[in-house]
Ligand binder design. Structure first.
Ligand code: MG
Length: 387
């Protein structure tokens, strides 16, 4: 029986993970759950999965949850910065699913690694902003980091049993998002509701916007660099609108291996949880005869500059990826709030990066400081633009 801690239980990945866990009660059980604000859903999840310890963001929410528990319940309810670390390193767990969205996922994921827990990693920002530190600590602690991101799960599966010496490159696929065919003029007037309609995948808000700007793919390039210990120059991106091939690897002899499947996050989640085994999942099979038409094309980085910004930040390294990510988080939030235009997202990130005095080989404190600095500056630039 694998004992699981789930960080981000009420988000899109969290809900899919609990579906896999619920359907495989002989294999998996939940020992800890952490959510942000959605106490109502968390309460339902508690009643169904009986964790020993839970976390919510604020003291107020924790108090509400506590008062709703039966008097004989011994579930521990935690909150705040220390609370999330305590839940992430809860001793009972064998594996921690890291599915908190954004840079906020870094500290809890690191706490879990420090505690020697294997990680099913859905929070790509952890790798983007602190990949060097995270991979170093994981190695020292003998911790496995199993990718949940569908592209990285695909690459991980394609590399199983292969010698890394023979790898030539990694090819990440991208659906291209809902704006793939738009003209520059059309892009000027897109609204959050348009960006939130992803053609193939059902995901959370932030990542759906990132998919439409191609920043998600850019972050995935940096994530792949650290997860698979390759150079950024060895990672290519191809637009593949059908989302059938979830990514590929190319070897020095010209062979390319691809992993295919329907676009459903339960497949990579189940693989990370059951690795090195596989479990049966009750999903419709990929019908190659009916839906097997596949296209691949070059991404347009003129229309979608976020991808190039991420490549450049990944190559420059140091605190640049943390700044890229933080500025993007602010810009995306303000786009969702209707404060900035979609086409200004990359402009704001570029501006913040250009003002940044990068630190090479940064410590965790320096990364956190760069993240904070970038958020403040992104916000300032946005306010200035609006006034
Ligand atoms: Mg992905």
């Amino acid at each position: 029986m694998k004992k699981i801690t789930l960080l981000g239980s009420t988000g899109s990945i969290g809900i899919s993970a609990l579906d896999i866990i619920e359907k495989n009660p002989e294999r998996f059980c939940v020992v800890a759950l952490a959510a942000g604000e959605n106490t109502e859903l968390l309460k339902k999840q508690m009643e169904k999965f009986h964790p020993q310890i839970i976390y919510v963001k604020t003291k107020e929410k924790a108090a509400i949850l506590k008062s709703s528990l039966k008097s004989n319940s011994n579930i521990e309810v935690l909150y705040g910065k220390e609370g999330i670390k305590e839940v992430a390193s809860f001793p009972e767990a064998d594996i921690v699913i890291s599915a908190i969205s954004g840079a906020a996922g870094l500290m809890p994921t690191l706490a879990a690694i420090e505690a020697g827990k294997d990680i099913a990693l859905a929070n790509k920002e952890t790798m983007v902003i602190a990949g060097e530190i995270v991979t170093r600590v994981a190695k020292k602690k003998g911790v496995k980091i199993l990718p949940v991101d569908s592209e990285h799960s695909a690459i991980f599966q394609c590399l199983e049993g292969q010698k890394m010496d023979f790898l030539k490159k990694i090819i990440l696929t991208a659906s291209g998002g809902p704006f793939r065919k738009m003209t520059k003029k059309q892009l000027q007037s897109v609204k959050p509701k348009h960006a939130l309609k992803h053609p193939n995948w059902k995901m959370g808000k932030k990542i759906t916007i990132d998919s439409s700007s191609l920043m998600n793919k850019g972050l995935e390039v940096i994530e792949a660099k650290w997860l698979f210990d390759v150079q950024i120059s060895q990672i290519d991106v191809l637009i593949h609108p059908q989302s059938i091939v979830h990514s590929m690897v190319e070897f020095i002899d010209g062979s390319i291996l691809a992993q295919m499947g329907i676009p459903d996050m339960r497949i990579p989640i189940a693989y990370a949880l059951s690795y090195p085994e596989r479990i049966k999942i009750d999903l419709p099979p990929l019908n190659l005869i009916k839906d097997g038409k596949m296209e691949f094309m070059k991404p347009d980085t003129k229309m979608f500059p976020c991808l190039k910004l991420a490549y450049d930040a990944g190559i420059a390294g140091g605190t640049n990826p943390a700044v890229l990510n933080a500025a993007n988080e602010v810009a995306v939030e303000e786009f969702i709030n209707g404060k900035i235009k979609f086409i200004n997202i990359p402009k704001i990130i570029e501006k913040v990066l250009s003002l940044h005095d990068a630190v090479n080989d940064p410590s965790l404190e320096e990364i956190i400081q760069a993240d904070r600095w970038a958020r403040e500056h992104a916000q300032k630039i946005i306010e200035r633009k609006r006034s």
